[in-house]
Design a protein around this ligand. Structure first.
Ligand code: SAM
Ligand code: DTB
Ligand code: SF4
Length: 337
């Protein structure tokens, strides 16, 4: 509180140094959580959680070699290459997600980058989901500037494109596209006026320094991402990372807390891997500043906790889903709702 009695808002900074980020990781756990929760309360209601539902609209058969991914055609995971989902199936899934309480619907496709004919299939999906009064998100791989603009014109709100890990560790995980190419897509997405959803995965053999590096990259982008998904690796048999060592749950909480401190206005999403997390660990993540989850029985190809279980967890914690943003109540968006 200032001398005048006003609360001083902790300002969002874009000039974090790598040393400052590393120092946050070295704080005693109670000090780190106190700082994260203090920051969180200045920007958000700590009892609210943003709720997103995922749908895989084109599954498997991907040319890329991302070592974590069950959808890569480089690995035998039992996930076959499918065609693009029909529009009606997407609309039905989006309606069901809305009825369950989701406010954002994220459509994922296993592409390195979409072709023109692919985007022609995706655009009507975005329009239809937007018309239902849901926020829209898509994750389709690398984009050109023109493609990003087209998606924006179709009504897309967010584009998900993860850096996945630190610049240093990246080449150990993916060889078919570079860290710089990820950053280039983030730039065209921002320039098209889309909101960025960008985060990474923990549990791919990285160190604490890699977590600091990944979060430093995110926090020093020209704008902080609107959403920061922090995934715990889902270890899928057949992928090179199937037997990776699990992350210490308290370290996972540390990463959430540091993300919250560095990017105070972002929705930090407790993303993949929740089926392996205890209720207590998830509760600690919320205390550390996580305020978004994926909701619904499936992520893209792997399971997620049931909606019922999540509702119970939120109720036990006295927490509740965040209301949709005002933009979603606009007549054009709500028309078909
Ligand atoms: N093909 C596009 C791309 O790579 O940007 C979009 C879909 S891709 C499946 C979206 C993100 O899902 C990846 O960037 C990665 O962070 C996450 N992901 C994929 N497999 C995962 C796994 N096994 N565990 C945790 N996260 C995973
Ligand atoms: C993100 O960061 N996590 C989601 C979403 N963005 C697209 C994907 C998680 C995928 C987990 C593995 C699967 O279900 O295939
Ligand atoms: Fe393909 Fe995306 Fe999976 Fe990489 S993460 S293999 S680009 S679907």
């Amino acid at each position: 509180m200032s001398a005048s009695g006003q609360i001083n808002l902790i300002a969002a900074r874009h000039d974090w140094t790598r040393a400052e980020v590393s120092a946050l990781f070295e704080l005693p756990f109670p000090d780190l959580l106190y700082q994260a929760q203090t920051t969180h309360r200045q920007y958000f209601d700590p009892a609210q959680v943003q709720v997103s539902t995922l749908m895989s609209v084109k599954t498997g058969g991907c040319t890329e070699d991302c070592a974590y991914c069950p959808q890569s055609s480089h690995y035998e995971t039992g996930v076959g290459g499918e065609h693009v989902a029909p529009l009606e199936a997407v609309v039905a899934a989006a309606k069901a997600a809305k009825a369950q309480g989701a406010t954002r619907f994220c459509m994922g496709a296993a592409w390195r980058s979409p072709k023109a004919r692919n985007l022609e299939r995706i655009e009507p999906m975005i329009r239809a989901v937007s018309e239902l009064g849901l926020e829209t998100c898509a994750t389709l791989g690398m984009l050109t500037a023109e493609q990003a603009k087209r998606l924006q014109s179709a009504g897309l709100d967010y584009y998900n494109h993860n850096i996945d890990t630190s610049q240093e560790h990246y080449a150990n995980i993916i060889s078919t596209r570079s860290f710089q190419e990820r950053l280039d897509t983030l730039e065209v997405v921002r320039d098209a006026g889309l909101k960025v959803c960008c985060g990474g995965i923990l549990g791919m053999g990285e160190t604490r320094q890699d977590w600091a590096g990944m979060l430093h990259t995110l926090a020093t982008l020209p704008e902080h991402p609107g959403s920061v998904p922090i995934n715990q690796l889902v270890r899928v048999p057949g992928t090179p990372l199937a037997d990776a060592a699990p992350v210490d749950p308290l370290d996972f909480v540390r990463v959430i807390a540091v993300a919250r401190i560095l990017m105070p206005a972002a929705h930090v999403r407790l993303s993949a891997g929740r089926t392996e997390m205890s209720d207590e660990m998830q509760a600690l993540c919320f205390v550390a500043g996580a305020n978004s989850i994926f909701y619904g029985e499936e992520l893209l190809t792997t399971p997620n906790p049931s909606s019922e279980k999540d509702r119970e967890l939120l109720a036990r914690l006295g927490m509740r889903p965040e209301a949709p943003p005002a933009s979603c109540a606009a007549p054009s968006k709500a028309a078909a709702g």
